[in-house]
Design a protein around this ligand. Structure first.
Ligand code: SF4
Length: 445
């Protein structure tokens, strides 16, 4: 096949990786010297919401009363302009025991888990996301997802560091090619917030592996260009939206220059943990690379803040279809009331609940995993009881690369001759004529 890459602009940053121990994702301040981006990002003619600074423009975003009170208490030197600057949010992430101690009343177990921390997954919480955490209640859902506990270090039967077998489906570094027509491109391993149940805990945030190197990214894009069956590329990581605008646009532009790539998706938690990242400028960039869809990682209705609603509105207004991927987590969102509040709230901010994942058996995840019966119970409690668009597909991502397997409550209760016996959402019994192929009268006319 023709080498599509021969016509691609090679004037790219030497690296999209920042220093291994940097607090910030790759960006102009992270050692990149020769970024050449085309076309240039044009600022809006009139942007009444922008607050100019000497360095860069920081768009305003709604700040909820709760977050503002948190800012005043724990970052009194920071103004709203700082708070709304996603780079400031990165620089001031909560990353240590003294940081946590200052903000939350820690349990002995949390404290010991942080002091004894080992393994690849670091601690990281943006000030914004920290403002949503209950300082007094260790059982609060959001708190449990980001503050370590000792259960993280207990490896149970069936758990693995790479439960999905991604490493064995990787023809080139940073790329997973498991399904025939689509690939997963892991563009960074930086996340502004680290979820304690992360399927990629083996790699996200690891020292020295924060971002894919330019050389590896080039090889991954070369692979896609040389593989015409690939029509769909999912950017993931880490969090692709933690890259700065220039690097993200460089990747999108390169992918769009490959004729057989029909569809680009981005998986991200940034709009939820760092809604300040969803600037109007970013939305304009993304809009240039349609069809582009986005899967957002929501966990709990406490994440549905005014800031997140505004960030999602910017994305939706840019024409990006938004879906939510939610992991079912024990004691966090594994009850019908919480899940109903989440899916209803998502529809209100134009996000379609897409997948509900059974938690992957990542090492040290037993305190997060529910019985599968719990997920089925939640789906049964939603189906028929609320809007169909609000109901995600419940899946197990099968270990060792088996792919997503959908699970649904069984509404077929039996058969009576040529009738199928069904039960509806309200446990009503129904018959549906479903003659067996061998039954008389089934021949076509
Ligand atoms: S945002 Fe996604 S990739 Fe990052 S730590 Fe959370 S689950 Fe892992």
């Amino acid at each position: 096949m023709p080498r599509v890459l021969s016509v691609v602009d090679r004037s790219v940053p030497d690296s999209i990786a920042g220093p291994a121990d940097s607090e910030e994702p790759p960006g102009p301040t992270a050692g990149v010297t020769n970024a050449v981006i085309s076309p240039p990002i044009t600022p809006p003619a009139v942007n009444l919401s922008a607050v100019p600074t000497s360095k860069h423009t920081v768009p305003r975003l709604t700040v909820s009363a709760r977050s503002d009170a948190f800012r005043r208490q724990f970052y009194p030197q920071a103004g709203l302009r700082d708070w709304n600057d996603w780079r400031w949010q990165n620089r001031h992430r909560v990353r240590s025991l003294p940081d946590l101690d200052r903000m939350f009343r820690l349990t002995d177990d949390e404290r010991q888990a942080i002091e004894a921390r080992h393994g690849a997954l670091p601690l990281g919480i943006t000030p914004y996301y920290a403002s949503l955490i209950d300082a007094e209640n260790p059982a609060q859902g959001l708190r449990r997802t980001v503050i370590p506990v000792s259960g993280e270090y207990l490896k149970s039967r069936g758990e693995s560091d790479d439960p999905l077998g991604e490493d064995s489906s990787s023809p080139v570094p940073g790329l997973v090619h498991r399904y025939p027509d689509r690939v997963l491109l892991l563009v960074t391993n930086f996340c502004s917030v680290y979820c304690r149940y992360c399927t990629r805990a083996r790699m996200v945030g690891s020292v020295g592996e924060r971002s894919i190197r330019k050389h590896d990214l080039e090889k991954a894009i070369d692979y896609i260009a040389a593989t015409p069956v690939v029509r769909d590329v999912l950017l993931s990581g880490g969090d692709p939206l933690s890259l700065d605008d220039e690097r993200l646009e460089w990747i999108l532009k390169r992918l769009r220059q490959i004729p057989h790539v029909e569809f680009i998706r981005i998986g991200s938690k940034q709009p939820i943990v760092q809604p300040q990242r969803i600037t109007p400028a970013l939305a304009r960039i993304l809009k240039r690379y349609h069809p582009l869809w986005m899967s957002l990682h929501f966990t709990h209705p406490d994440e549905l803040t005014p800031e997140v609603a505004e960030a999602c509105a910017r994305l939706a207004d840019a024409g990006i279809p938004l879906g939510s991927q939610t992991v079912l987590l024990k004691g966090i969102n594994d009850n019908l009331a919480t899940m109903r509040a989440l899916v209803h709230g998502l529809l209100r901010i134009r996000v379609r609940p897409y997948y509900l994942y059974q938690c992957d058996p990542i090492s040290g995840s037993s305190h997060f995993r529910t019985p599968v019966a719990k997920g089925l119970e939640i789906i049964r409690g939603l189906r028929g009881h609320t809007t169909g668009y609000a109901i995600p597909t419940y899946v197990i991502d099968a270990p060792e690369g088996g792919g997503k397997i959908p699970l649904a409550p069984d509404y077929v209760v039996g058969r009576d001759g040529d009738d199928l016996l069904l039960s509806n959402y309200a446990n009503g019994s129904y018959r549906y004529p479903d003659p067996r192929p061998e039954s008389p009268g089934c021949e076509s006319a």
